[in-house]
Design a protein around this ligand. Structure first.
Ligand code: G3P
Ligand code: MG
Length: 232
């Protein structure tokens, strides 16, 4: 079972910052998940739609300027660009780039090939996910080799079929909607199932029993220890 450091090692450091990424790397995680917004054509790693929820800024992030974002902090840490985060990780573990809403996919389409041309990532190390499945279809239409994952916070009709039609690597599903039938349907179609956000040992054990392929955790070291105890 794969463990993703959710927003970096966000249980220990300010989420989605370089400090959270460095902590995750120091913990030797196998994978890191980050959230991405588009501001004036630049891609920033930040979770919320509104700045005041997590930073010392105010207002919708997509209405901010790059100059404004450069002044802001999350618990004292700067808001990094996607490229800064990718340069830091640089192929040392898998990365899941979650494309948030209020977003044009165009800047990401420009950046995506540079990840492989200019940094030390392989295609299988970069999983692109989104609740907006149109972004994933657009990425796959230009880069058929891209690893993509539709995010869901529920179980839509024909979910596994739709993921298979998209040639998705995984379905990334909320723990609130884990469903054994859907997991089996996905596996029969060759699609993995990763579940967010999972920090408790009893949840990890139950998901392992269901055959879930990976989890997103704010405490990736603790989650990995539970996973290791299950497979020994
Ligand atoms: O990518 C998994 C999970 O991060 C999706 O939800 O709101 O934590 O970005 P959220
Ligand atoms: Mg996320």
């Amino acid at each position: 079972m794969l463990v993703f450091a959710h927003r970096g090692a966000s249980g220990y450091q300010a989420e989605n910052t370089l400090a959270a990424m460095q902590m995750a790397l120091d913990l030797s995680v196998t994978a890191i998940e980050i959230d991405v917004h588009n501001v004036e054509g630049e891609l920033y790693v930040f979770h919320d739609r509104r700045l005041e929820n997590k930073s010392d800024g105010f207002g919708p992030i997509h209405l901010a300027t790059k100059a404004e974002l450069a002044q802001l902090h999350i618990l004292g840490e700067p808001i990094p660009t996607l490229w800064q985060v990718l340069e830091l990780i640089n192929g040392r573990c898998m990365v899941n780039i979650e494309l948030k809403g209020c977003f044009s996919i165009a800047p990401f389409m420009d950046l995506y090939p540079r990840i492989f041309d200019e940094l030390n990532f392989t295609y299988r190390q970069v999983l692109v996910s989104s609740f907006n499945h149109h972004y994933l279809a657009t990425l796959k239409s230009e880069y058929g080799q891209a690893y993509v994952a539709p995010l869901v916070d529920g179980v839509p009709l024909n979910l596994a079929q739709a993921a298979s039609d998209l040639n998705a690597y995984s379905i990334n599903l909320s723990i609130n909607f884990v469903n054994q039938a859907m997991i089996e349907d996905a596996h029969q179609r060759g699609v993995k199932v990763f579940v967010y956000t999972v920090d408790e040992a009893d949840d990890i054990r139950a998901l392992h029993h269901f055959g879930v392929d990976g989890i997103f955790s704010n405490y990736p070291d603790k989650a990995q220890a539970v996973v290791d105890s299950l497979v020994m």
